[in-house]
Design a protein around this ligand. Structure first.
Ligand code: SF4
Length: 254
C-alpha cells in the first residue's frame, strides 16, 4: 500500500468525489484547554505514556474492525474480525458474499444483522469513491479533510473516521472518543452534560495543542479510555483512588 507523505498535495483517487470542507473548530475556553492538559499530565504517568499501538492494520481493515467494535467488547469484535479474515480471501470477497453468511460469521458482535450489511455497504462505497479498496491516499490529506472524506460515507461517524486515521498504519493525529473517554470527559466538565459522543470529537480535540503528534493524541484517547474502564466506572466511580479528584467537579470523595 502506498502511503504518500502527509504534506503532499492530496491525490484524487480514481472516481473519487471531492470531500466536503471540514468545519472549522471553535477555539476552546482557555481554562478548559488548561484543564485538558492537566488531565493528560496527571494520567500519563499512571497508564505509561507513550502507550504502544494495539493495531497495525491497513486503513481499510481498520475500518472493518472499527465498524465491528461499536457497542461490543474488544474480545468479541476481535474474534469477529479474525473470522472475516479467515472466511474471505480479501475485502472484495466480503462485499460479494451473501448477507446472511456475513451475519453468521460475525455473530459474536452486537447487532450482527445490522453490521453485516453496513460493513458491506461501507466497503462498496470506499471502492466506488476511491477507485479501489485502498485508503492509503488519506495519508496525503490534512486530518480534517481525511475525516470528512470518510464521514461522507453513510455509516461512518466521527469515532470510526478517527479510529481509521489513528489506529491504522496511517498513524495520523486524530482523536477518537469512545464511551469511556466520553464519560470521563463529561464528569471532568470538559464537555457539557448534553454533548453526545459524536459532537464531542471536535470539542475535545480543540482543547489539546494543535501541534500534538499522532502518538500524543493516541495517548490522550487511551489514558481517558483506560481511566474510564479502571477507575471512573459507569456506576460507582472510584473517586477515592482517582488522581484527578482535586480537579474534578464530579468527585465523590469521603
Ligand atoms: S474524581 Fe471520580 S468522577 Fe472524577 S474522574 Fe475521578 S473517578 Fe471520575
Amino acid at each position: 500500500m502506498a502511503v504518500p507523505h502527509r504534506h503532499e498535495a492530496p491525490p484524487r483517487p480514481r472516481g473519487a468525489k471531492a470531500a466536503p470542507e471540514a468545519a472549522p473548530q471553535a477555539a476552546p475556553a482557555p481554562d478548559l484547554a488548561a484543564k485538558a492538559l492537566a488531565v493528560h499530565r496527571l494520567l500519563c504517568p499512571v497508564y505509561g505514556c507513550p502507550i504502544p499501538y494495539f493495531h497495525a492494520l491497513d486503513p481499510v481493515s481498520e475500518l472493518v474492525s472499527s465498524l465491528l467494535s461499536h457497542r461490543t467488547r474488544n474480545a468479541d469484535s476481535g474474534r469477529a474480525f479474525k473470522a472475516l479474515r479467515a472466511r474471505y480471501p480479501d475485502w472484495a470477497a466480503l462485499i460479494a458474499a451473501p448477507v446472511p453468511e456475513v451475519e453468521a460469521t460475525i455473530a459474536g458482535v452486537t447487532w450482527p444483522e445490522l453490521k453485516a450489511p453496513r460493513i458491506q455497504a461501507v466497503l462498496a462505497a470506499v471502492r466506488e469513491r476511491a477507485g479501489g479498496l485502498d485508503l492509503g491516499f488519506l495519508a496525503g490529506m490534512e486530518v480534517e479533510a481525511a475525516r470528512a472524506w470518510l464521514e461522507a460515507i453513510p455509516g461512518v461517524g466521527p469515532k470510526t473516521s478517527a479510529a481509521v486515521l489513528s489506529f491504522s498504519v496511517l498513524r495520523m493525529p486524530a482523536l477518537p472518543v469512545d464511551s469511556h473517554h466520553h464519560r470521563v470527559a463529561q464528569r471532568l466538565g470538559l464537555i457539557g452534560p448534553r454533548v453526545d459522543v459524536g459532537p464531542s470529537h471536535p470539542i475535545l480535540r480543540a482543547q489539546l495543542p494543535a501541534d500534538w503528534s499522532a502518538q500524543d493524541l493516541y495517548d490522550n484517547h487511551e489514558i481517558l479510555m483506560l481511566h474510564g474502564q479502571r477507575v471512573c466506572h459507569h456506576r460507582n466511580p472510584a473517586c477515592g483512588a482517582c488522581v484527578l479528584a482535586e480537579i474534578c467537579p464530579s468527585a465523590r470523595v469521603a
